[in-house]
Design a protein around this ligand. Structure first.
Ligand SMILES: [Zn+2]
Length: 131
């Protein structure tokens, strides 16, 4: 099954349409969960978007607060096939869960390598209790 979206067509699984039939609840997917390879605990939740409007991150920030981990949103361009174009990064630390909470850190005009550095930095701050 193919679903036509703003960013083009992509394969569509029936999961979304089945989930929409569950009355009284909402569902959300998460673009990326970074976790520790040793203890398997999550370290970072990420959402990525190519749209220029506001992006809904409240549920992700609530999950991040429950887990005690930050939430990072990146805004990128689909035309960035060489990964040389700047991206915007917005970082929330656990605790800011109100609907209109401003990001704790806005790294505008960041690069993909600075995103990689931010992700590595978050991993390095992880206090692993795994064996
Ligand atoms: Zn760990």
């Amino acid at each position: 099954m193919v679903n036509e979206e703003r960013s083009g067509e992509r394969n569509f699984m029936p999961l979304s349409s089945v989930a929409r039939e569950v009355f009284g609840v909402r569902h959300q997917d998460i673009d990326l969960v970074q976790y520790c390879p040793r203890c398997k605990k999550p370290e970072l939740l990420m959402e990525a978007t190519s749209s220029q409007g506001s992006k809904y991150t409240q549920v992700l920030r609530i999950i991040g607060s429950l887990c005690g981990i930050p939430v990072l949103m990146i805004r990128h361009s689909w035309e960035d096939t060489d990964h040389e174009h700047p991206i915007d990064m917005y970082l929330w630390h656990p605790g800011s869960t109100s609907r209109d909470a401003e990001p704790d850190q806005v790294l505008e005009e960041a690069s993909w390598s600075s995103l990689k550095s931010a992700m590595l930095n978050i991993h390095e701050r992880h206090k692993c209790d795994g064996t």
